[in-house]
Write a protein that binds this ligand. Structure first.
Ligand SMILES: CC(C)(COP(=O)(O)OP(=O)(O)OC[C@H]1O[C@@H](n2cnc3c(N)ncnc32)[C@H](O)[C@@H]1OP(=O)(O)O)[C@@H](O)C(=O)NCCC(=O)NCCS
Length: 215
């Protein structure tokens, strides 16, 4: 007998959280509610789902699956660490029905979200808690590490590696074979022709480093 589908809880009542609610609806999932530590959004609703409490309230809903819908990779990671400090929440992998991601050719880790219009081709490896927003393309043999955020309309060529917590801005294009090291930020509209060092912000065409992110 097939196990009953768990309800979903969306962590983060932001604009992206609401988009993930919409995605979950498109997948036919029941969203029990949102969790968010911001007191300003306490008890607010979107659709039929309400903010049920802060992040640590996940323990009251341990029968659910969770997804952390927070665009900033570093904050997403911190929220995950906070949740996991008291237990082992179960994370859903959400792939929009209008994304092209074939399980035979692409692996996707828990907690990751792939939005409508995105296409991942073959031998693509996507880690845990990754966000691939609307209308992106991910080429062959590309590896995307945990907590990466990819904004809408990004074109990633084949054989690219994107390190943990890196962020790729809207409409960026990444040449084949490049490495974007962990924690880097690629500005919107960038044309990336060279590897990017850890925690480095680059933008432009061709993209050039402008600063380092100090944690
Ligand atoms: C690259 C980026 C991180 C820089 O942010 P920042 O450090 O706060 O820089 P600022 O906004 O202060 O901009 C500094 C200068 O760079 C320019 N600039 C910023 N981003 C740029 C970009 N992507 N391409 C070209 N120029 C850019 C600004 O116009 C400004 O120019 P000025 O000094 O002549 O006025 C940011 O602009 C960016 O592109 N973020 C990604 C946004 C995104 O894709 N969001 C997705 C939401 S789903």
């Amino acid at each position: 007998m097939k196990a009953a589908q768990k309800d979903l809880i969306v962590v983060g009542f932001s604009g992206f959280g609401k988009e993930v609610f919409w995605l979950a609806n498109r997948l036919g999932l029941t969203v029990r509610g949102f969790l968010d530590d911001n007191p300003d959004v306490s008890k607010k609703s979107f659709g039929l789902a309400t903010v049920l409490g802060g992040v640590m309230q996940w323990q009251d809903h341990a029968d659910c699956d969770f997804v952390i819908a927070i665009g900033n990779p570093r904050i997403r990671k911190k929220v995950l660490e906070k949740m996991c400090s008291v237990g082992t929440p179960s994370f859903a992998t959400l792939i929009d029905p209008a994304a092209v991601v074939m399980a035979d050719h692409v692996s996707v880790g828990p907690g990751s979200v792939i939005c409508a219009g995105s296409i991942c081709t073959v031998e693509v490896d996507i880690g845990a808690h990754v966000i691939i927003n609307l209308n992106c393309t991910v080429g062959h043999e590309t590896r995307i590490d945990n907590f990466v955020t990819i904004a809408p309309m990004v074109a990633i060529s084949g054989n690219v590696f994107i390190g943990a917590c890196a962020e790729i801005g809207t409409g960026a294009a990444i040449r084949q074979g490049l490495t974007v090291n962990a924690g880097a930020m690629i500005g919107m509209g960038s044309v990336l022709t060279k590897n990017v060092a850890e925690n480095t912000v680059v933008f432009g065409s061709p993209a050039k480093p402008i600063k380092t992110i100090v944690e």
